[in-house]
Design a binder for this molecule. Structure first.
Ligand code: NAP
Length: 243
């Protein structure tokens, strides 16, 4: 129970990777704040993972809502030790057809959302002289992808954010790292074609797509107290696909 009574905030905790991350921390004794845009979805996770998990509704792209969210979490659960910026969306399209609103929305949720939550978590973590911030980026942020300029830019931005926060907060014993998943079986990848799935299975040394639990394991590792000398890094978890 290495996270006994630690407060862990997971955004995008209602489904997929975020739900697996929330469950992994709850299993290790953490008090998990499960955040999603709709309370019913967040509550479903909090009730499933048990322990002292609590559900919160918040659109992470909205800075005022994030301020209210963190006030509520501090009052309900206490000072956060771990923040996992996992909430993310896609709005794919080739650049010549990509609508401005799709560019703006993806950047707002995936990148500004992480900025909003990191800013809110940084003060209490600095005061406590302890913290672990983990951003869920993507291998697409490193390689780019046709049809995903907005998503790739947001995920590349997260890597720059990660390194900067690591430099700013390192002296206060607050680390900031990123995890870059490959292709993971969730709602987000539900529409991948069978051909593409077969390509991933053939190309990745692991011979399969990833599971949300594969990502949760990496996040928990980076959040451990014993990982205090790892900061500013991006840990790729893709079954070797990008090798
Ligand atoms: P998912 O199944 O689509 O779940 C996305 C989660 O984000 C949901 O819990 C959703 O909550 C939440 N969310 C969306 N917009 C939000 C907002 N504005 N404010 C708060 N929460 C919001 O996605 P996933 O596949 O688990 O992906 C999780 C993260 O991993 C994302 O950042 C994604 O980019 C990244 N990633 C995924 C893959 C993959 O292959 N799946 C690969 C690389 C990186 P609601 O229930 O309220 O909608």
């Amino acid at each position: 129970m290495s996270f006994q009574d630690q407060v862990v905030i997971v955004t995008g905790a209602s489904r997929g990777i975020g739900r697996a991350i929330a469950a992994a921390f709850a299993a290790k004794g953490a008090k998990v704040a499960c955040v999603a845009t709709t309370l019913a979805n967040a509550t479903a996770t909090a009730e499933t993972i048990g322990g002292s998990a609590r559900a919160y509704a918040c659109d992470v792209s909205d800075s005022a809502s994030v301020e209210v969210l963190f006030e509520a979490i501090l009052a309900d659960l206490g000072t956060p030790s771990v923040l996992v910026n996992n909430a993310g969306i896609t709005r794919d399209g080739l650049i010549i057809r990509m609508k401005e609103e799709d560019w703006d929305r993806v950047l707002a949720v995936n990148l500004k959302g992480a900025y909003n939550c990191t800013r809110a978590a940084a003060k209490p973590m600095m005061k406590a002289r302890y913290g672990r911030i983990i951003n869920i980026t993507s291998i697409i942020g490193q390689t780019g992808a046709a049809g995903q300029a907005n998503y790739a830019a947001s995920k590349a931005g997260l890597i720059g954010l990660t390194k900067s926060i690591a430099k700013e907060l390192g002296s206060r014993n607050v680390t900031c790292n990123a995890v870059a998943p490959g292709f993971i079986t969730t709602d987000m990848t539900a529409e991948l074609s069978d051909d593409f799935r077969a390509h991933v299975e053939k190309s990745a040394p692991a011979g399969r797509l990833g599971t949300p639990e594969d990502i949760a394991g990496a996040v928990v590792f980076l959040a451990e107290a014993s990982s205090s000398y790892i900061t500013g890094q991006t840990l790729t978890v893709d079954g070797g696909l990008s090798l």
